[in-house]
Design a protein around this ligand. Structure first.
Ligand code: SAM
Length: 223
């Protein structure tokens, strides 16, 4: 999703809106430095488990009804998707109590993060910004991206589609405003594509950040 290189995985990483995903658990076990924030983390492990149980079938059924919006390649079926998600959530749940005590899972959310300027090298945000464009305004997106760039030297956001596999209505205005405000913005193709056409991420840095740390994917012109 983020075209992460081996070098990227050694950076101080912020996962924003990580939810019940396994990235933090897996990378931490490999010795990585990652902190995840999500409003969800105000809940206990049992409360999150109950919420997953209550919504799991509903989410899969929605995917079944919108199956034409997805690429059924590496993930071959709804059942396989369900199994993959459940495995990831179990990995998260097993790691969550100790990770929360260690400060790796923190209850927080955009547009205000409880971190100092430049505390991270890389902020990653998947399936929150742009995906919920109907629910969150362009202003929310703008403030959120700037906040990610305040606490990290670089922010990457994936995907750039909103629900319904449509290009986000906020993408162009947000990019335009960020560029006016002096941010360096690129759209990059990435290897992962599950939502049809959802194989692009946004990479944003403050103007003073260097060009080093190129990601392992091809540049693509802004569309
Ligand atoms: C669809 S989930 C994505 C989870 C994970 N990033 C993934 O790709 O599997 C969206 C997440 O955004 C979180 N969220 C909601 N409001 C947020 C906010 N203001 N700031 C950060 N995350 C938020 C939700 O709690 C939820 O866990």
């Amino acid at each position: 999703m983020f075209g992460l290189s081996a070098g990227d995985l050694g950076k101080r990483i912020l996962g924003c809106g990580d939810g019940p995903a396994a990235f933090n658990a897996v990378l931490s076990k490999r010795g990585g430095r990652v902190v995840s924030v999500d409003p969800l983390y105000r809940f206990s492990v049992q409360e999150i488990r109950d919420r997953i149980a209550a919504t799991f079938e509903v989410v899969l059924e929605q995917t079944r009804q919108n199956a034409h919006e997805f690429v059924w390649g590496k993930i071959r079926s709804i059942e396989e998707l369900g199994q993959m998600r459940m495995t990831a959530m179990e990995e998260f749940l097993a790691d969550y109590p100790a990770g929360r005590r260690a400060g790796r899972y923190r209850e927080a959310g955009l547009t205000a993060l409880p971190f100092a300027k430049g505390e991270f090298d890389l902020a990653l945000c998947s399936h929150f910004l742009f995906l919920y464009s109907e629910q969150f305004s362009a202003e929310f997106h703008m403030e959120s991206v700037k906040e990610l760039c305040r606490v990290a030297r670089e922010a990457r956001i994936f995907p750039l589609l909103e629900l319904g596999a449509r290009p986000s209505r906020h993408l162009e205005p947000v990019i335009g405003q960020l560029q006016k405000d002096g941010f360096r913005v690129e759209i990059k193709s990435v290897p992962y594509e599950f939502q049809k056409g959802g194989n692009r991420m946004l990479r944003v840095r403050s103007a003073h950040q260097g060009l080093e740390g190129r990601v392992g994917c091809q540049p693509e012109a802004l569309r």
